[in-house]
Design a protein around this ligand. Structure first.
Ligand SMILES: Cc1ncc(COP(=O)(O)O)c(C=O)c1O
Length: 399
């Protein structure tokens, strides 16, 4: 017994933050940390962004929640803006990424159901994927560590190797409904899927009458320097799940789909109490105001290059600590040579926050609003952390 009233599901660092300012978090003891974890890719515009704060507080003074029994003008507006900016014709708002994925999975299954193929319900996913923690999304993610002990795995998910498109093709049967993929794997270790592979998946879907679902919960909303990561590949999905950065810290998500893919999602077949409520929509619209400003995403691309080049230099300097730099945009991964948890601690000792991922990777997911000066500061801290860890390892070996 730890004495805590909370479920013991999280291993928390012994840090409590009192407030945040842009890329910085300040503890209850007044210590400042450079936040390159962004609450796991959520704080897309950093902490206390004035435009987000005023959107939220203005809405808070008007109305918080009315339910989806009524018109919600902010919801219609955000839906239209997402439709205008993407492949999609329709949007369903949720509270989280996992719920956006649930909606995506249900949308794909209903599509085949209403087209006279209820037997087509299976979904192909990829090793290393992470799609959330609901019963269906842990089945889609296919990771034993998240499935163990939760009863029979939800039926209908077939997993193939990461980027193994031949295996995906072989896995297609008369029961397959869709292919589900993160264009850049986050949790799996910041692994971008090659453009050619996304193109082949699109072709396979055309050939076999399947729906292509992209999970852009982590890589979407400007994280890679385009509004959505799949834009780099020039391939569009039929359905897409979005969350994290779209709320900038306010819990929200969305499932986007073409008219055709959403054909089965008719009145009453799906729902949510909180999804798309006025508070969330005020923040979502405010995030888009900033991310869609002229030049904003180009600046993300420029800053991402600055960070990546700096990191590559550090990896060259400390090959026993950092093996390689992965990823794209401001979604970068340090493929660690030392255990990623140790590298994470070494950076935390330098008051720089990052997020461990699979495949011994440490994720850097700074706010899209990070400044050049903060990038240089982060690089100095990462270099100092790597040096400290290298020295400690050398000292231990010499004993
Ligand atoms: C790619 C991806 N999909 C889905 C999810 C689940 O999102 P949530 O934790 O908001 O349910 C996550 C969360 O990390 C994610 O990274």
């Amino acid at each position: 017994m730890s004495g805590s009233a909370l479920f013991e599901t999280f291993t928390r660092a012994p840090l409590a933050f009192d407030h945040g300012e842009g890329t910085w978090l300040v503890t209850d003891k007044g210590e400042r940390y450079l936040d390159f974890g962004g609450g796991v890719a959520v704080n897309s515009l950093g902490h206390s962004h004035p435009h987000l704060v005023s959107a939220l507080t203005e809405q808070a003074a008007k109305v918080w929640h009315v339910s989806n029994l009524y018109e919600i003008p902010g919801q219609s507006r955000l839906g239209e803006r997402l439709v205008d900016a993407t492949f999609a014709d329709k949007v369903f708002f949720t509270n989280s990424g996992a719920e956006a994925l649930e909606c995506a999975i249900k949308t794909a299954r209903r599509y085949h159901f209403v087209n006279g193929h209820p037997e087509r319900f299976r979904i192909i996913s990829f090793e290393g994927a992470f799609h959330g923690r609901t019963l269906a999304t842990i089945a889609a993610g296919g990771q034993y560590k998240y499935l163990e002990g939760f009863g029979p795995k939800v039926e209908g998910f077939d997993q193939v190797g990461f980027d193994d498109i031949d295996a995906a093709e072989k896995a297609i049967t008369s029961e397959t409904a869709a292919i589900l993929i993160e264009p850049v794997q986050g949790e799996g270790g910041i692994r971008p899927v090659p453009t050619q592979s996304l193109k082949r998946l699109r072709q396979l879907c055309e050939q076999h009458g399947l729906l292509l679902i992209f999970d852009e919960v982590q890589c979407g909303i400007g994280r890679t320097g385009k509004l959505f990561a799949h834009e780099w590949a020039g391939v569009t999905p039929d359905i897409m799940a979005v969350a994290k950065g779209i709320g900038g810290g306010f819990p929200m998500g969305a499932c986007l789909a073409t008219d055709e893919a959403a054909v089965g999602m008719t009145a009453g077949v799906h729902g949510t109490t909180f999804g798309g409520n006025p508070l969330a929509m005020a923040v979502g619209n405010a995030v888009l105001d900033v991310v869609l400003e002229d030049g904003f995403l180009e600046d993300v691309q420029r800053k991402a290059l600055l960070l990546k080049q700096g990191l590559a230099g550090i990896a060259d300097e400390f090959p026993d600590i950092i093996e390689d730099i992965r990823g794209t945009g401001l979604m970068l991964g340090l493929k660690c040579a030392a255990p990623n948890t140790k590298v994470n601690m070494a950076l935390r000792d330098q008051h720089l926050l990052a997020v461990p991922a699979g495949d011994n990777v440490l994720r850097l997911l700074p706010p899209l609003t990070v400044t050049d000066a903060e990038i240089h500061e982060a690089l100095d801290r990462i270099r100092a952390g790597a040096r400290g860890l290298a020295d400690a390892i050398a000292a231990a070996a010499a004993k």
